[in-house]
Design a protein around this ligand. Structure first.
Ligand code: BGC
Length: 260
């Protein structure tokens, strides 16, 4: 039988957040818990926080656990890492977290998780065609979903635009770091999104990340062919999407076992 509850975790540069998710509705079944990301965000330190987070909830033994991680995930292995400790490179995240929590863990890129969250329960629900979910935070994350199917690890935050790594100019952290007003930041976003649009011709762009709650300040300033709208799940999207992806994973391995 398919599980209706899974646990989602979102690992970010400043906080590690987790909550149990009702997979029918995409809503949390208990309050989200947030633990600050350890200053030295090594795999060992982060794994300890994760064990604490999972242990704080009374989860059914078989509940799937999904982790959204801010790096491209090559079948669970971190390929490169922009915004956490460099020692993450090459780490097998599900193996590390299995050791720390005793549970089977599915690890996915954080923007892919957010994309799936928005597609199943939020702003991109029921949308066919090419949907691009872009998260603006410490970095820029991207999820490309074509007719409901995720193309994982697109990493469009690292496109080189005008000689710069795009996220170093257009992420929300760049706006904060440089004290840009929304009009100046929107100019950078325009350059970013028009480049992405030229490459992929999306039908819909969904903008997520914490700053998306202030969408009225910058989305109307953008001039694009594609419709561009704010995310609905905002910062919950990573947790919800990771939980949903973990549940699908668990279901797939159950089916495989049954066939054997
Ligand atoms: C990382 C991506 C991640 C994004 C948002 C980028 O620097 O390379 O994997 O999705 O930041 O966290």
């Amino acid at each position: 039988m398919a599980q209706h509850l899974a646990f989602g975790i979102d690992i970010g540069g400043s906080g590690i957040k987790g909550a149990p998710v009702d997979l029918e509705t995409g809503e949390f079944t208990a309050g989200r818990l947030r633990i600050p990301t350890p200053e030295k965000s090594t795999p060992e330190a982060v794994a300890q926080v994760l064990a604490e987070l999972v242990g704080s909830f009374d989860l059914p033994k078989k509940a799937a656990v999904g982790v959204a991680f801010p790096a491209p995930m090559d079948h669970g292995v971190v390929r490169f890492i922009a915004n956490l400790d460099q020692s993450w490179k090459g780490v097998d995240l599900p193996a590390l977290l299995h050791e720390a929590t005793g549970r089977e863990v599915t690890a996915v890129n954080d923007a892919d998780a957010a994309g799936i969250g928005e597609q199943r329960y939020g702003a991109a629900h029921g949308r066919d065609g090419t949907v691009l979910v872009v998260t603006l935070g410490t970095g820029i994350g991207s999820a490309l979903i074509v007719d409901g199917v995720l193309v994982p690890n697109t990493e469009l935050g690292h496109l080189e635009i005008d000689g710069f790594d795009a996220e170093s100019r257009a992420a929300d952290s760049a706006r904060e770091r440089e004290g840009l007003d929304f009009a100046s930041w929107a100019q950078r976003l325009q350059r970013y999104f028009e480049t992405v649009e030229m490459l992929l011709s999306p039908d819909l762009i969904v903008v997520g990340g914490g700053i998306s709650k202030k969408h009225a300040e910058f989305l109307p300033l953008l001039d694009l062919r594609a419709k561009i709208i704010p995310a609905e799940l905002r910062n919950a999207a990573g947790i919800v999407g990771a939980a949903a992806l973990a549940a699908s994973d668990a279901e797939r391995s159950r089916k495989k076992k049954r066939k054997r």
